[in-house]
Design a binder for this molecule. Structure first.
Ligand SMILES: [Zn+2]
Length: 368
């Protein structure tokens, strides 16, 4: 956190050299099965998130609006003391303190969505965050990253990581929380950003910021094969495809691979050629190379499309819409007919009807 999060901040802090990286976050690869059923994607388990009411949050001082356009998961440090305790009481205490600081800024509530204490406890920050997780696809608009609050989830990590690292408990909790958020909101690990990627600030600290790629890798491993349990609810929208699958999802996959520069035929059958191209795509995108197309890989393959777009990704979209009963020409051109079909699909699936095809619309189109 820096307390100027609603405006770009110009905090200048000594630039300290980054320490050596720890060994956390080792990649774990698990061989993929030939399972092809649609909605049962592997996903990170939901971590325990302590609600506002439990840690003693004060009521919000204004109306909290919800957003349905999650694009980024922004990691912060609180720039707070590294010397506080690691027990639950300490976690509650820092959460209440942060809310007080943010009220002092004139904000209506805690700025960020989640706080991760030095003991690794995950707490709800802004009210309605847990409600958004339960609803699916939405989150309260916070105050943590200027000009990007309506598209960004925010995580404050307790401590000051200018010259030291988060605790190992914090690292583990960040990996678990972010893996869950990526699957819950249909985001790729490329959505994981540091505050300084958006605003003029040192946040999340010169020691921690260089580890964000390590964090992305650890999250990817957790989601695409890290051995977590399958999701307990129906909230996980992205299907997982493996070799042996066939049908309209594979057709969409092949078109999206072609859109991303891979060379292969479009025959709706996930054979060795498609497997090789999936692996090549994962390799070139810095993802876990397991040949399994789960939430992370889909998220990296599927661009956000709007009217006027013209690409092979539009052909993938048109094929998916035709699978839903539309009769579009698969002409790679996002014109009025495609726009109308997108809006109709969004309407009938209770999505935000904006005609823009982002992760939520893509993932719903790919569902059974
Ligand atoms: Zn920050």
């Amino acid at each position: 956190m820096d307390t100027t999060s609603e405006e770009p901040s110009g905090i200048s802090r000594r630039a300290l050299l980054t320490g050596a990286l720890g060994a956390a976050g080792a990649l774990v690869l698990v061989g993929s099965s030939t399972f092809t059923a649609a909605p049962a994607a592997r996903a990170a388990a939901r971590p325990n998130i302590i609600p506002c009411a439990t840690w003693g949050a004060s009521p919000a001082r204004g109306t909290i609006s919800m957003s349905s356009t999650p694009r980024n998961i922004v990691v912060h440090h609180m720039a707070s003391s590294n010397g506080t305790g690691t027990d639950l009481d300490a976690a509650y205490s820092i959460a209440r303190q942060v809310q007080g600081w943010h009220f002092d800024n004139g904000w209506i509530d805690t700025g960020q969505h989640f706080s991760v204490s030095r003991g690794g406890y995950v707490l709800e920050g802004r009210h309605r965050t847990i409600e958004g997780l339960d609803t699916g696809g939405v989150f309260p608009i916070g105050s943590h990253v200027a000009n990007n609050n309506s598209t960004s989830l925010g995580i404050e990590t307790e401590g000051d990581f200018t010259s030291i690292q988060p605790t190992s408990a914090q690292w583990e909790s960040l990996v678990a929380l972010i893996a869950f958020l990526c699957t819950r909101y249909g985001l790729s690990v490329n959505a994981i950003k540091g505050h300084r990627d958006f605003n003029s600030t040192e946040c999340p600290g010169n020691a921690f910021y260089p580890r964000l790629q390590e964090l992305r890798n650890a999250v990817a491993a957790r989601i695409d094969g890290g051995g977590e349990e399958p999701p307990p609810t129906t909230g996980q929208p992205w299907p997982t495809l493996n070799q042996g699958a066939s049908g309209f999802r594979v057709t969409a996959l092949q078109r999206l691979l072609r859109h991303n520069g891979r060379s292969l035929g479009v025959d709706g059958s996930f054979g060795p050629e498609t497997l090789a191209q999936v692996r090549a795509f994962q390799q070139s995108s810095g993802l876990v190379v397991d040949g399994s197309v789960g939430p992370i890989t889909w998220g990296a393959l599927a661009p956000t499309l709007n009217e006027g777009a013209s690409s092979l990704a539009v052909a993938a979209l048109q094929g998916l819409l035709n699978n839903r009963g539309h009769s579009l020409a698969v002409d790679e051109s996002f014109g009025p007919a495609t726009l109308s079909a997108v809006r109709s699909f969004q309407q009938s699936n209770a999505l935000v009807v904006d005609g823009s095809v982002g992760p939520i619309t893509w993932s719903h189109l790919l569902r059974a």
